[in-house]
Ligand binder design. Sequence first.
Ligand code: MN
Length: 523
Amino acid sequence: MVSTKEILAKAKGLSKKDEALVCDAYAFAQKAHEGTKRYSGEAYMIHPAAIALRLANMELGATTIAAGLLHDVIEDTDITAKEIRELFGDEILFLVEGVTKLGHHRYHGATRHAESLRRLLVATAADIRVLIIKLADRYHNMETLQYVPSHKQKRIALETIEIFAPLADRLGMGLLKRNLEDLAFPFIDPDAYRHTNTLRQLNTKETDQGLERIRKTVRRELVKKKFSDFSTSIRIKGLWSLHKKLQRKHDDITLIHDIAALRVIVPTINDCYTTIGIIHSLWKPLPGKFKDYIALPKPNGYKSIHTTVLTHDAGIVEIQVRTKEMHIHAQFGIASHVSYKQLGKNASKSSIERFSFAWVRALIPSLLKISKKDTREVTTEKKPNTSLTPVWLTELAHAQKTTTSTDEFISGLREDFFSHRVFVFTPHGDVVDLPIDSTPVDFAYAIHTDIGNHMRGARVNKKLASFNSVLKNGDIVEIMTRKNAYPTQKWIEHARTSIARKHIRVALSKKEPLPIIKKIRRR
Ligand code: MN
């Protein structure tokens, strides 16, 4: 089991008081979980202790580490919120309760709703640290997934691939994303996992020596140019990411040139461009493969220069050049640059809240990127029925430009992000997010055009509801259909979403009777 000593050794910049806090939280959690075991048969405490170590590794502060140690205490033991508040203060309680709340949302396998669930998690978290603790929690659960009863394994692995790995990616946490994916992969498709693993092994064996020679050449040339403070390494592509790329390339591994790539880390941005110049004078770059993510960072903040060159020693090789700072960010993402000053035990609730919204700003560019991606994904689906390119995201980006004061901006943001959407559930527990004031009509059309067009009634939280009743956060909505039911003019007034209005107009304009409803997939 990870000890407090190991955690404190990894954590950086902790004061004596901080260290005492981590030790207190550790001892408290250990006592609270005493006698409980993990599926592996080990003491439950191995879990929070492993999470605390990971958080310390990401250089998060004592508050976050303590919250990581306590994250399962409210859910799994007799300890109450009141006790946590009295012993550890409001801020830690806020984080622990945040993680507990996140645990209540589950993914049930409808990819259509995956984006809503991701957003719901972001909205519920309300503090980036909650999401980071949750991701560290998921990481350890994935590392120990082989002990979990087999009927649960696949659901957890799918949820990891569909929800948590994309979230980690969005937060720029590249290392975590890759590890989550590769831990989930064997449970999702064991055959493909073995196949990809074998392919990768064969390929890297083949290119190993050549790549090593390329690495030595680069090092020699850098030294000639008087570089002293640099490092080089070989990075191997993750298995899930390789599997996805193979699918795109029709399983032709000869088309993939970044299975093993050379990574060069130099001190400054200027050095990056100098290094690229040196590399391109040694080997010819492949046209169209040069990517300057320093001048144009990826929306999740990723920075590096990638180039692919043709070499004698190793054939086609991808080389990535970045500074040390960029390298840390590429691994830990938002966790590395959102630094939280410690608010202390006596922080007021509003100061904690205000403080924690800073991260949403950091998320906006990546959220916008995702919304663009959604448009692409939707066009490949047969029925682009859910409005996945939300206008509110674009509006958020504008708000960022036009609002000058940070306070004004943050309060505006909170309104948009948390108040302008409602999250409701299907009877199966899938999340659908809709604009505020949406009605069962909007919900029905968000599920499926046929459901909307043949709606005869709706139940909200198991009670019959009128078509114009306003949905609230957390409502469970069930739509009843009949094959000869069809929309009326009135529905247009009930609908808040343009997608529902559009489909109602189309249905009303059709002279012929609507096609008889066939079998509708419910999930
Ligand atoms: Mn946990």
